[in-house]
Design a protein around this ligand. Structure first.
Ligand code: BG6
Length: 790
């Protein structure tokens, strides 16, 4: 007993001597945890800082820890010390050393009430006094914000005003998601934070990047480059699955969760990070944070834009009641926040083009599991023994945690290659019993990390070391939101499929590829209004309404359904024209309204007679066709490059002749008119798609356009009040010769115009769209509910 006490004393004095000399070497680090007694801090953060302390205590730094929260010290301090008392030593630490560390750590910590600016100023003053009193050189300060994100800007401001360290020392402020709920809010938050903190001072945490298997992905790809390079591409990869399944509900977190939902909670961040690590190019040198971040950013910008058919969403049955209870809402309160989502993502580059990358996550599912699986095609045709190893599925699984294996691991099918074992901290395991991803465990090389480390501890250590590649830079964050926001907006009004939860979900949530999108694989479940708590069911029922607008036919629905209907009508028109005369002539407008239509035609209409279709432009901006602002460029990006049609059938407007743009003498309009006359029977298009601007313009025919001057001309140069001013456009004469004209109007922003337009008489000079009167064809308005009803 006496010997143990003596040994402890010796150890302690050793540590003190080491710390004292270290102080002179590397300096003092002050750690401030704001939100020090909250759930996250209790579960992970203090444990992480304790581990950091245990690692660093003899290595040249000294520490002090400040736990801050809003409570007064009488309440906060005991709560903090209860947490500190429960800390556990990292594995591999001897009992004696552990006892010593556990004794010393709380002595270095103190509780502070951190609320008003003065509290932060007082903390800074205490740090300064302590440094002076103990003659400590300062290395830096870590401020960990474990508080709701609405408080970030304010705390960052207080930190900036009073808690910056002296010259030569660093400041690192750690932030937890959510970092906004869409691109705009993320931009606002980033701009607010930038007022107080420099980019290099911000450490936005995504705890997935601290998970052992996730942080090993790039290293694995680098170490196995020789085997992977030939197969890590669209020719060999059949699909990729990135999965985070959970069994728990979200009780206790609904205040947060109901505003975010599963896509924002785990897909925009954790699963997108995994996707990036799997598909970005791997730098030759993994020690440089900058290069890794640059490549990740490049990958994020090559993700193909998603639309509503890129996702399916669900909500567990009890969620609505839980929300009503936690938010104290009335009985008829409805929430359509998804707690389950399946998404298909495509990378738009030569390496991965066309490979479906499925992401899936949900609460209240049948199991807890998290993994990324890369499934390869198997080109071998097994003549005699389909069960032999080289005939079996070939896959690499980055098993992040839980699931059948119950621990992190990397699995490589033996019929792929034998992977290199990482240099340290990993071992190969054998003797697993349960089947893994449909195959006997003996079919895989299985590598597991040893010992197991906690993600937060890993990331806290990286903050300390100033290593930034596992944190989310502002640019990177905005790139991810740029990718996710359009989908989130499109899903905002979609009613999720209700699922019972757990094993009872059975195959209700299975989804499958459909064209380039996905859909639930089983029949839709008809929701009773009770499931939804009333009202919303009716609003969300995607019925298409037929009616009249300005004495012409009108089709109305929610935007997505409207687009679906319009696409179907165009296809019907195309089939009819091809059956009748062998060719379909379609004239398409620019602007943003038809984008969803182009995308729908591109991904859903495989039976569309593209080979027999000619595509013409309704109007064009006088800019080179390669410019993103060119209507043709947009059409090309969203439709033409996705469908197979003869190049000869594509007819951009000749806005650039003789190396100049839209000059009358170059005769562009006449040339286009001649082409139309040469190819289109009677210059009468089968289908013309138009939009209407806020001012009532259509095609590029504006208020003030000299419509009479066009006479019988089919194409003319016009002037827009908006930039770029010069345009080329089909004339009313050309449009009114068409067999069918559709005017597509979507979005609440058009409501006022649609209301006004419903009241005015035909007056094409003021409202050019009112001049649309197909002589022997038909005009149909496609107006979505938002534009129609406001
Ligand atoms: C968090 C989400 O970021 O990640 C939670 O907010 C989710 O909803 C959790 O449960 C999953 O992380 P882990 O580490 O438990 O797999």
């Amino acid at each position: 007993m006496r010997r143990t006490a003596f040994a402890l004393l010796l150890l302690l004095s050793h540590a003190c001597v080491r710390e004292a000399s270290a102080r002179r070497d590397k300096g003092h680090v002050s750690v401030v945890v704001v939100g020090a007694t909250g759930d996250l801090a209790k579960k992970y953060l203090w444990q992480g800082f304790f581990q950091l302390y245990a690692e660093q205590v003899g290595s040249g730094h000294s520490f002090s820890f400040y736990g801050g929260a809003l409570s007064e010290a009488e309440k906060g301090a005991p709560a903090l010390f209860r947490i500190l008392k429960g800390l556990e030593c990292p594995s591999g630490v001897s009992e004696e050393r552990c006892a010593l560390l556990k004794d010393r750590f709380p002595k270095l910590a103190q509780y502070r009430r951190l609320d008003a600016a003065e509290d932060y100023a007082a903390l800074a003053e205490d740090v300064r006094l302590r440094l002076a009193r103990e003659d400590l050189a300062e290395a830096g300060r870590i401020v960990y914000l474990s508080v709701p994100s609405f408080a970030y800007a304010d705390i960052a401001d207080k930190v900036n005003r009073s808690c910056r360290p002296g010259p030569g020392a660093w400041l690192r402020v750690v932030l937890e998601k959510p970092f906004g709920r869409d691109l705009d809010s993320a931009q606002d938050l980033a701009a607010e934070l930038a007022k107080s903190l420099r980019e290099d001072e911000m450490y936005r945490i995504d705890h997935y990047l601290g998970k052992q298997v996730v942080s090993q992905i790039l290293q694995f790809r680098k170490d196995n480059r020789k085997s992977l390079e030939p197969i890590w591409n669209k020719h060999h990869i059949e699909r990729i699955e990135i999965v985070l399944k959970e069994t728990l509900d979200v009780k206790g977190r609904i205040q947060f969760y109901d505003q975010y939902g599963v896509i924002r909670d785990v897909m925009q961040n954790h699963l997108t990070e995994v996707l990036a690590l799997l598909t970005m190019t791997v730098p030759a040198d993994l020690s440089g944070s900058q290069e890794i971040l640059r490549r990740k950013l490049r990958l994020l910008s090559t993700l193909q834009q998603m639309d509503r058919v890129s996702a399916v969403i669900g909500q567990y049955q009890a969620y609505g009641a839980e929300v009503r209870e936690e938010l104290n809402a009335t009985k008829d309160h409805v929430t359509i926040t998804p707690t389950f989502a399946g998404v298909v993502v495509y990378v738009d580059n030569a390496q991965f083009e066309g490979v479906p990358i499925f992401m899936m996550s949900g609460k209240m599912l049948d199991e807890r599991a998290s993994y990324a699986r890369v499934l390869f095609r198997n080109e071998v045709f097994c003549v005699q023994d389909p069960g032999s190893l080289h005939c079996r599925p070939r896959q690499i699984v980055f098993h992040v945690g839980h699931g059948d294996l119950q621990h992190p691991a990397i699995l490589v099918s033996k019929n792929l290659f034998q992977p290199a074992l990482p240099d340290h901290g990993w071992k190969e395991v054998k003797g697993q019993k349960e089947a893994l991803f449909g195959l006997p465990p003996s079919d895989y090389y299985i590598h597991v990390p040893t010992p197991h480390t906690e993600a937060y501890a890993v990331l806290i250590s990286q903050v300390f070391h100033g290593r930034k590649d596992n944190f989310i830079s502002t640019e990177h964050l905005l790139a991810s939101w740029t990718f996710w926001t359009p989908l989130l907006h499109r899903l905002a009004r979609q009613v999720p499929r209700v699922y019972p939860g757990g094993a009872a979900n059975d195959n209700l949530l299975d989804f499958q590829l459909q064209g380039r999108g996905i859909a639930f694989a089983t029949e839709a479940v008809v929701l009773s209004s009770q499931d939804l708590g009333g009202g919303a069911a009716a609003a969300e029922n995607f019925q298409v309404m037929q009616g009249k607008y300005r004495n012409s036919d009108m089709v109305s629905a929610w935007a997505e359904e409207l687009v679906r209907q319009l696409a179907a009508d165009i296809q019907a028109s195309a089939e009819e024209a091809v059956a009748e005369g062998g060719m379909f002539h379609l004239a398409l407008s620019g602007g943003s309204s038809p984008l969803a239509l182009f995308q729908r035609l591109a991904v859903h209409h495989y039976s569309f007679p593209w080979r027999h279709t000619h595509v013409w432009m309704v109007d064009e901006r006088c800019v080179p066709l390669t410019e993103p602002s060119s209507n043709f460029h947009t059409l090309h990006e969203h439709l033409l490059r996705h469908v197979r049609m003869p190049y000869f059938n594509v007819h951009p407007m000749p806005v650039q002749l003789n190396q100049r743009l839209c000059v009358e003498e170059d005769g562009g309009p006449l040339a286009y008119e001649r082409d139309i006359a040469r190819l289109v029977n009677g210059s009468s298009f089968h289908f013309v798609l138009l939009g209407v601007g806020y001012d009532g313009h259509t095609a590029s025919l504006f208020q003030g356009t000299q419509l009479e001057a066009h006479g019988d001309k089919l194409v003319a140069l016009t002037e827009s009040p908006a930039k770029p001013h010069q345009r080329m456009s089909l004339t009313l004469a050309a449009i009114n010769r068409a067999r069918r004209v559709a005017v597509l109007v979507t979005g609440r922003g058009k409501h006022e115009m649609i209301t006004q337009l419903s009241r005015v008489k035909d007056d094409p000079r003021k409202w050019p769209v009112t001049g649309i009167k197909p002589a022997s064809g038909k005009l149909v308005w496609y107006i979505d509910y938002e534009a129609l009803l406001g």
